[in-house]
Design a protein around this ligand. Structure first.
Ligand SMILES: Cc1cc2nc3c(=O)[nH]c(=O)nc-3n(C[C@H](O)[C@H](O)[C@H](O)COP(=O)(O)OP(=O)(O)OC[C@H]3O[C@@H](n4cnc5c(N)ncnc54)[C@H](O)[C@@H]3O)c2cc1C
Length: 359
């Protein structure tokens, strides 16, 4: 009689869940991995989709990777990195390329949290890994409209099975161990040698596991469909902006994306904000455009957890849960790290290593 190979049930098909399958295939090819994702697509908070309004393929949000993010950086081609990022101070300070002078701005973007609120260990970790801002760590890649094609689809190929539209509702336990996963579409038995990796966002995770809920901050993305390429000061395709509403501008062919991190207003109608930001873009470019181009604005309410001292202390210290055969991953699960794709990958590696070591 042949027994089924040991299976890792991975719940959540965001970067952390996909990275868990990737790491398993790389290091433990004999282990079978199955991803269960509640949504109709993989990628979680990072994906591309066909936008009916603008009639083009868009990323849900511009995602930037810096070369210090060594796992994520490995997915991106070397010739696509931007080596110098200019910063423009809209309150009159002009243009500068000093990352050190703009470190507060950089920290805010990394942590989606006001720089003065960011937990000190997170700040220290970022500064240690990214400063001094040498060419080897400071390069930036940003997604324009191909996050899924570049990263998500590539990672998805490592899982042995992927089930979409499959939401975990409950973990049923027997003798203190997870024995059955109850999904919206049916059940999956957890065999005696199997492990479960729960790679969910914090709010979804607390519905299935006894974990502490954390506070979240918003990010706004506005993507303007310009008829031609917009040139930013200094010919930059990526511009950090201080002293205004917008934080970052990303220029691509026919698209200009504006990002506002740690956004506080509770606006559902983002048209006023899109107009305000477009006026800022006009000011930055020294033009007075007659019309605002078509745009798509997203406000992601639970974009990341707020990375202040209180939330950081409440984050898990390891991948363990109250079930010895269930482990957690996700960008919010690693204390002292910023919530980003790199941390999602690192958390997945930690969860797999912990699971493999456990008996
Ligand atoms: C607007 C925005 C901009 C960002 N910009 C950047 C950036 O520039 N650089 C960067 O590195 N990071 C950025 N991030 C953060 C980055 O997107 C996240 O850190 C990363 O995608 C988190 O991945 P994750 O797998 O931990 O979680 P998620 O992506 O949240 O994945 C969790 C998955 O679990 C699924 N799920 C939920 N409940 C269930 C359930 N019960 N059963 C099964 N599946 C379930 C969800 O549908 C989701 O697919 C940004 C995020 C946002 C929102």
């Amino acid at each position: 009689m042949t027994s089924l190979p040991e299976t890792y049930h991975i719940v959540g098909g965001g970067i952390a869940g996909l990275a868990a399958a990737w790491y398993l295939k790389r290091r433990y090819p004999g282990i079978r991995s199955v991803i269960y994702e509640a949504g109709e697509r993989l990628g979680g908070r990072a994906y591309s989709y066909d936008d009916a309004g603008l009639g083009i393929r868009l990323d849900n949000a511009v995602h930037a990777i810096i070369s210090a993010n060594r796992f994520m950086a490995a997915f991106v081609k070397k010739n696509e990195w931007i080596a110098k990022v200019p910063f423009l101070d809209m309150s009159g300070g002009g243009l500068s390329t000093s990352a050190f002078a703009n470190r507060g701005h950089i920290l805010k973007s990394f942590c989606n949290t006001a720089p003065e609120e960011i937990a000190s260990p997170i700040k220290r970790n970022i500064l240690r890994q990214t400063f001094p801002w040498t060419p080897s760590v400071r390069k930036v890649w940003f997604s324009g409209q191909d996050l899924s094609q570049r990263i998500i689809n590539m990672l998805a190929g490592y899982a042995d099975e992927v089930h979409l539209n499959c939401r975990l509702n409950k973990i049923a336990a027997q003798f203190g161990m997870a024995a059955q996963l109850e999904f919206s579409t049916g059940q999956a038995e957890v065999g005696s040698r199997d492990k479960v990796i729960v790679a969910l966002d914090n709010l979804s995770c607390r519905k299935v596991l006894d974990i502490i809920p954390l506070e979240h901050n918003q990010i706004v993305n506005i993507i303007y469909q310009t008829s031609q390429r917009i040139y930013l000061p200094g010919g930059a395709s990526l511009l950090g902006v201080t002293g205004g509403t917008v934080d970052w501008l990303f220029a691509g062919n026919g698209l200009l994306s504006a990002v506002i991190s740690d956004y506080h207003a509770q606006e559902n109608n983002l048209s006023g904000l899109a107009m305000k930001v477009w006026q800022e873009i006009d000011k930055i470019r020294g033009v007075n455009s007659a019309f605002m181009p078509p745009y798509k604005a997203f406000c992601c309410k639970n974009a990341t957890i707020r990375q202040d001292e209180g939330n950081n202390l409440r984050r898990p210290r390891n991948a363990l849960t109250s079930y010895p055969n269930v482990f957690i991953a996700g960008d919010w699960t690693m204390q002292n790290y910023p919530c980003c794709m790199e941390t999602a990958v690192r958390s997945a590696i930690r969860a797999v290593k912990t699971a493999v070591k456990s008996v």
